[in-house]
Design a protein around this ligand. Structure first.
Ligand code: O7E
Length: 211
């Protein structure tokens, strides 16, 4: 079974609550990040918690250990159950987040390789594999890997083994849901759901991944 995670990148509290209300029965988690939090404020996380779904904080945290810890503590105090970090800042920075995550009883994921074309310029290949290995060594819950490149997801799976792979890039970015679903643990979908005329119907179309 693959979880369906809605990337709720709308810009207002009203839109966010409306789309969450329509789609939550078809979801396993909601991911929100800068677009929504900068538009609606961090308090939107508490409001979204009414839907009883895990909330993933996608701030792709990438700072020195002390700042990472402060950010992670704040995230978990704000109602989130998981946090996403970048790995390129190094293992001490990541360990600070893992520690704050464990103290809060949450989950932590690391971006290993991104889904867009420009990702191939820096964060791919050997670098992505090193980041995946660091995610394992630092005790994170898993990695983010691109639904747009199933062959890379397979390569990264051989490193992270039974830890989780959450994968964005299906739909708007060209990734194929049926092809990627068997390779991952969570499919992150944004625009194809929240920009559609009927977000609930669109979310329901992904029901096959959750079986
Ligand atoms: O393309 P969409 O609209 O389906 O949205 C995809 C979401 O996944 C969006 O929030 C984007 O910021 C995020 N994302 C990627 O698209 N590619 C990546 O490589 C990484 C992420 C991401 O979410 O990283 C942390 C999970």
């Amino acid at each position: 079974m693959t979880e369906l995670i809605l990337a709720l990148d709308v810009l207002t509290r009203e839109e966010a609550l409306e789309i969450a209300e329509e789609t939550y029965p078809y979801l396993d988690a909601i991911k929100l990040g800068y677009p929504l939090v900068l538009g609606a404020g961090l308090s939107v996380a508490r409001e979204l918690s009414q839907f009883d779904l895990p909330l993933i904080a996608d701030f792709k945290v990438a700072d020195i250990p002390n700042t990472n810890r402060l950010i992670a503590e704040h995230v978990f105090e704000s109602g989130f159950s998981a946090i996403i970090a970048h790995g390129f800042a190094g293992s001490d920075s990541l360990k600070a987040i893992v520690e704050a995550t464990e103290n809060a009883g949450g989950e932590c994921y690391v971006v290993a390789e991104m889904s867009h074309p420009g990702a191939l310029e820096f964060l791919s290949g050997e670098t992505a594999e090193k980041i995946a290995q660091m995610a394992v060594d630092c005790g994170t819950d898993g990695i983010i890997a691109p639904a747009t490149r199933p062959e890379r997801v397979k390569a990264l799976r051989s490193i992270i083994k039974d830890k989780k792979i959450l994968s964005p890039g299906v739909g708007a970015q060209g990734g194929d849901a049926r092809e990627i679903a068997p390779l991952i643990d969570g499919m992150i979908v944004g625009r194809s759901i929240y920009n559609s005329e009927n977000p609930a119907k669109e979310a329901e179309k992904f029901a096959f991944v959750r079986r």
